[in-house]
Design a protein around this ligand. Structure first.
Ligand code: NDP
Length: 284
């Protein structure tokens, strides 16, 4: 039976360490969050992030803009926050309304305040294995492996999914840690031929219980990034599950992350980490 990688517990520990660092070093980290429109899921994400900030001692400044905000107005706000020395980090909540260009918006965020790691400068720095702000979910995955003393170097790591926010930065992080990385996606034929080779298997596809036990090598480390809402036992109530068929895969893996309570809490903890880092860089 696999050892559970407890993301919730680990995230709590990281947040506590950050909190102590903020107090000890007398830091005043501030995160400016921009939300355009009234996407319900985004509001929930922002509420969770605001609670985490409060917990760590990061001031959370919300900028809620109406759906009909123009691109010029958004860029003007980003530039204002870029130039505001009181602001450590800027987070632009996606999605943006259809008339806006998210790529331009991310490009406008000062790379030194880009705590989500979505600015192309940070993506390039990661590619070149230089100090960078790294997207919080893949960064959280690496931190989990490190905290559980799971070797990455020389291991075969198979990543399922190649999105800009999860799969691609994770591929690069694993490569920077000297894993042999295999990238798979929706056009990959015979996916199981690759997943069965994985010492470390990371799934970030968003398909409930898609990864079955026969696709996993005995003793593999399985990291499940997926978050899927499916019908539960209670009528009308949905439950959260990952991309892996947890009950079966956990019998075969050596380590596994649960959903919920795995990668999710780590994502927020790494955001907190990035904001504190941005504040320290600003003061240098
Ligand atoms: P995207 O939809 O942007 O990307 C999904 C990726 O999975 C794509 O690269 C796609 O391939 C690939 N894919 C889809 N179906 C298959 C398949 N059958 N076989 C192989 N590959 C497949 O999603 P995200 O990267 O944003 O998110 C992925 C999952 O992770 C979601 O469930 C999301 O909710 C979750 N997530 C969780 C976070 C957390 O904090 N725990 C944070 C961010 C995301 P192709 O490129 O060919 O289309």
């Amino acid at each position: 039976m696999a050892e559970i990688i407890d993301g919730k517990k680990l995230a709590k520990k990281i947040r506590q360490e950050l909190k102590e660092e903020v107090i000890k070093e007398n830091l005043h980290p501030r995160l400016a969050v921009i939300l355009v429109g009234d996407d319900e899921a985004s509001k929930i994400y922002i509420r969770n992030k605001s609670r985490a900030c409060e917990d760590v001692g990061i001031e959370f400044i919300e900028h809620i803009l109406p759906t009909n905000t123009t691109m010029e107005e958004l860029l003007e706000l980003i530039n204002k926050l870029n130039n505001d020395n009181e602001v450590s980090g800027i987070l632009l909540q996606s999605p943006l309304p259809g008339h806006m260009n998210i790529k331009t918006a991310f490009e406008t965020i000062n790379p030194e305040k880009d705590v989500d790691g979505f600015n192309p400068i940070n993506i390039g720095r990661l590619e070149m294995n230089e100090p960078a702000f790294v997207s919080c979910t893949p960064y959280g995955v690496i931190r989990m492996l490190e905290e559980y003393n799971i070797d990455i170097e020389g291991k075969t790591a198979v990543v399922i999914g190649r999105s800009n926010i999860v799969g691609k930065p994770l591929i690069q992080l694993l490569l920077n840690k000297n894993a042999t990385v295999i990238v798979t996606h929706s056009r990959t034929k015979n996916l199981e031929n690759y997943t069965r080779q994985a010492d470390i298997l990371v799934s970030a596809i968003g398909k409930a219980k898609y990864i079955k036990a026969d696709m996993v090598k005995e003793g593999a480390v399985v990291i499940d990034v997926g978050i899927n809402r499916i019908k539960g036992d209670v009528p009308g109530k949905k439950v959260l599950v990952g991309d892996t068929d947890y009950s079966e895969v956990s019998k075969k893996a050596s380590y596994i992350t649960p959903v919920p309570g795995g990668v999710g809490p780590m994502t927020i903890a790494m955001l907190m980490h990035n904001v504190v880092k941005a504040e320290k860089l600003k003061n240098k």
